[in-house]
Design a protein. Structure first.
Lengths: 265, 316, 293
């Protein structure tokens, strides 16, 4: 590639990133990139460095070496607020809600902060048609439009999870990072949730999804690319077909061939 | 329905001086003062979830500013006095707030208690400036330029000053109502419920806590000015930590989860305290016992009790 | 030179008493996560009760050397108020910290009048009891024996407390419960009993502190609210929940107070708060505390 040609610019990328805690090396020279239109899954056994990588990708941790970029800008250690302002949202494995706030209020927080109206002190939120419209829109994507005035703590566990993710989507982020979004969800519902998430991402204008998952069925089905970590390094970085046709790789990552991939191979 | 209730309450307060004796009317003035102060305090406590045990500091700043302005600098305009006092309080709130909002929960309470007492010891020790133990006198200000020279102290207080304060309470209440209903107010509640998640949703928690802190200081100072004009005195006890504790007591008594809770609490507390004081010298014990009952059995305060009663009435 | 020793002694004596109260605070906070605003009230109760106990002893002709033990016993005896108060606090354990703080504030209010009711509005003191103990001399330095004994007693209590927490079975249970209540419960620890014991212990530390101080200072109705401020300065400097912090913090506050009283009385508490703020800027969790979110 020459200087004058257009490259596919990465939305999120790390270049030779390392993170050490004293003697313990959590990440060891890791490079990956996520571009528009991709759903990249990060997999690997516990202790492989997934959490550390995610924390570096979301600006929570400063790498001890290397660069982490979002939309071309260095985001090392910028923290959750600035990350959200720049357009990346993160949903956690454990459900985080605002117990006493209603569904509408919860989604409204994200809409309001993202729309730059955060410092308005004297205009009513409820009467802001633009805000309320967006709130209703996001709620509808996740099937929560009937519960707009219900307090978050009164929702079922599944609904809380949806709300948690919905509020992240309400930020209209360019990239969303989902940390085991189907954990705690019954196997029957997992695919439904994933499909809802992907559709929501499309509707919300999300350009790329980063997924951290243990469930290899989901990974096989929905990823455009899989990044496997081991001991802080990238073990493999391939599309699903190439990933699941390598038994040694599977064994290293998971130890068990997922059903669908086995059928496909 | 709520608007009707508020208008009814304001109307009742407006005609009150005609109906009851001046003694009782002079009790309503501290209720106005604390009502305004608590509107600000509850923005920080009920809405943002930060419990300060040092907010009496800002009430004292208001009172002492009024004293210095009227008695030492000859400023008479109450509007100027309130503005300067409130700005002084905001100025003090900035360093105090910057240091304190780093913390949450119990540490915030302890730190603010320490700052309040720092100010108290400052007031106490530097008697050349602050009158020390005896405090400073506060002279009668003019209201919108009118001095009312022919009215004696009590007539001034239960007359023009009463209505001035009632109007002030209504205006400041309206402003606070808009603030809590605004995007800013919504984000404050998010900070209260889950600060971390709020930050992930792009809420600048520290900045917003600082702003809430400054607004609460503003309101408390105005309350302090009213108290000082009412008693004609600014003394160091206003800044003592137990006075801060009383602010919290009043707020919880009324119900901190509701906009009107602090107002109800201010009125209830002022009247309760004065009645008890006239009945027994052990009024602190009774107040303490009442606080125990509220905390243990009725944490949603008087407004909570009213809501439950109303719900029962509707069901039957 | 003797001025230096006077200050040193005064500072260490004050620190010794402050340490007891602060240790009580730290213990209760460390295990139950409650900040006890009523610590000053317990201290004052110890002081008043100590005065009464010694006055009674005098009236029945007890010899002077028994007065210190009597004060100690008076302080310990007040431990009976621990369990009922803890039972009251138990009703708000699960609730927001604001309520716990408010409940202890309610206790402060109630104790103000309880003290007034039982002991009257006038300050009470033990006159020249300190003199009765005489003075020790080391070269040119004169030390009131009483003060020295209190310092020794406080050090002994500090060591005893440390040994109790580190070496005894109950101490280990206590520390485990402080770390992780649910886990302790899961392995069969009677958390309720632990809490009651800890609270009583914390209370007793406060009442003993008050009882021991009373020969050198009058018991007054200002005591409860004033002591809280100093005690909090100690735990903020030392770090909330840390015993070592209570010790170092008490020494710092005690010495500052002694210096200020001697040289610049106006600045007494102000100086202490400057140190508090400086420590907080440099180390937000205090010198030995655990970092906060």
């Amino acid at each position: 590639m020459g200087q004058g040609e257009t490259l596919v610019t990465a939305l999120v990328e790390t270049v030779d990133v390392a993170k050490a805690y004293g003697d313990f090396v959590a990440l060891d020279g890791l490079s990956l990139s996520v571009s528009e239109g991709e759903l990249v899954s990060i997999v690997g056994p516990n202790g492989a460095g997934k959490t550390t990588l995610v924390n570096v990708l979301t600006g929570l941790l400063r790498p001890t070496r290397g660069i982490v970029r979002f939309k071309g800008d260095d985001i090392a250690g910028i923290g959750p607020v600035r990350l959200a302002e720049r357009g990346m949202a993160r949903a956690f494995q454990l459900v985080h809600i605002f117990p006493a706030l209603t569904v509408a209020e919860t989604i409204g927080v994200a809409v309001v902060s993202q729309s730059g109206k955060g410092l308005r002190l004297f205009r009513s939120v409820r009467r802001d048609a633009h805000v309320m419209q967006r709130v209703r829109g996001v709620a509808a994507i996740f099937g929560l439009e009937g519960k707009l005035d219900t307090q978050a703590r009164l929702l079922s566990q599944g609904e809380k999870k949806l709300l948690d993710i919905a509020s992240a989507f309400a930020l209209a982020p360019d990239v969303i990072l989902l940390d085991e979004p189907t954990s705690g969800v019954s196997s029957a519902d997992k695919h439904g949730i994933m499909r809802t998430l992907i559709e929501a991402a499309h509707r919300a204008g999300v350009k790329a999804i980063i997924l951290v998952e243990h469930d290899m069925d989901l990974v096989a089905e929905y990823s455009s690319r899989i990044v496997a970590l081991q001991a802080g390094k990238v073990l493999a970085d391939r599309p699903p077909a190439a990933f699941f046709s390598d038994p040694a790789l599977i064994a290293a990552v998971v130890g068990k061939m997922p059903v669908k991939a086995a059928k496909a191979a | 329905m709520r608007i009707a209730a508020v208008i009814a309450a304001l109307a009742a307060l407006a005609v009150l001086p005609q109906l009851i004796s001046p003694y009782y009317v002079t009790l309503v003035l501290p209720a106005f003062a604390y009502g305004i102060a608590l509107l600000g305090f509850n923005l920080l406590f009920g809405y943002t979830g930060l419990l300060s045990f040092g907010h009496a500091l800002f009430v004292a700043v208001g009172a002492y500013s009024a004293a210095v302005l009227t008695a030492k600098l000859g400023v008479k305009s109450l509007e100027a006095i309130m503005l300067v006092s409130a700005l002084a309080a905001v100025l003090v709130a900035i360093p105090v707030g910057l240091l304190s909002v780093r913390y949450v929960r119990i540490f915030f309470g302890i730190l603010t208690l320490a700052f309040g007492m720092l100010f108290h010891s400052f007031l106490f020790k530097f008697y050349n400036l602050t009158g020390g133990d005896t405090g400073l006198r506060v002279l009668r200000p003019s209201l919108f330029g009118f001095a009312f020279p022919n009215l004696d102290k009590t007539s001034f207080l239960v007359g023009p000053f009463y209505y001035y304060c009632l109007g002030l309470l209504a205006v400041m209440g309206l402003v606070m109502w808009r603030v809590v209903g605004s995007p800013f107010g919504l984000q404050l509640t998010a900070i209260r419920e889950n600060r971390r998640k709020a930050e992930y949703l792009g809420v600048r928690a520290r900045l917003f806590c600082m702003i809430a802190f400054a607004i609460s200081a503003f309101y408390c100072a105005i309350g302090g000015v009213i108290l000082a004009v009412n008693t004609g005195q600014a003394d160091p006890d206003l800044a003592y930590w137990t006075h801060s504790g009383e602010l919290v007591f009043m707020t919880v008594l009324g119900g901190f989860a509701h906009f009107f809770g602090p107002l109800v609490g201010a009125f209830a507390y002022v009247f309760l305290k004065s009645q008890l004081m006239s009945v027994t010298e052990y009024w602190r014990f009774v107040m303490g016992a009442i606080l125990v009952v509220i905390v243990v059995v009725l944490p949603r305060g008087l407004i909570g009790i009213a809501h439950d009663a109303w719900a029962k009435v509707k069901r039957s | 030179m003797s001025a230096f020793f006077d200050i040193l002694l005064g500072g260490v004596f004050h620190a010794a008493v402050l340490f007891l109260v602060a240790a009580g605070l730290q213990l209760i906070f460390g295990v139950q996560k409650i900040v006890n605003l009523a610590c000053g009230s317990f201290y004052a109760l110890g002081a008043y009760f100590g005065v009464s106990a010694v006055a009674f002893a005098v009236s029945v002709g007890a010899p002077a050397y028994l007065f210190l033990p009597i004060l100690l016993v008076a302080g310990l005896a007040l431990g009976v108020i621990g369990p009922p108060i803890e039972a009251l606090l138990r009703t708000v354990y699960r609730r927001d910290e604001a309520f716990q703080l408010l409940l202890t504030f309610a206790l402060v209010l109630m104790f103000q009048d309880i003290l007034r009711f039982f002991f009257g509005a006038n300050p009470q003191q033990l006159g020249d009891m300190v003199m009765l103990y005489g003075t020790l001399s080391a070269g040119t330095v004169l030390v009131p024996t009483y003060n020295a004994l209190v310092i020794v007693a406080s050090i002994a209590i500090a060591f005893g407390l440390g040994a109790f927490l580190k070496r005894t079975r109950f101490g280990r249970i206590l520390r485990a419960t402080a770390e992780n209540r649910e886990m302790s419960q899961a392995v069969g620890v009677n958390v309720g009993r632990v809490y009651a014991t800890v609270f009583t212990l914390g209370t007793v530390l406060g009442t003993v502190g008050g009882a021991l101080v009373v020969p050198t200072a009058a018991a007054s109705l200002d005591m409860p609210v004033e002591l809280v401020v100093e005690a909090f300065a100690v735990v903020v400097i030392g770090g909330l929940g840390s015993m070592r912090g209570a010790l170092i913090g008490a020494l710092i506050v005690g010495m500052m107070r002694a210096l200020a009283i001697r040289y610049y009385a106006e600045l007494e508490m102000l100086a202490i708060y400057v140190v508090v703020i400086a420590v907080l800027i440099a180390r937000p969790a205090g010198l030995f505390g655990r970092p906060v979110e």
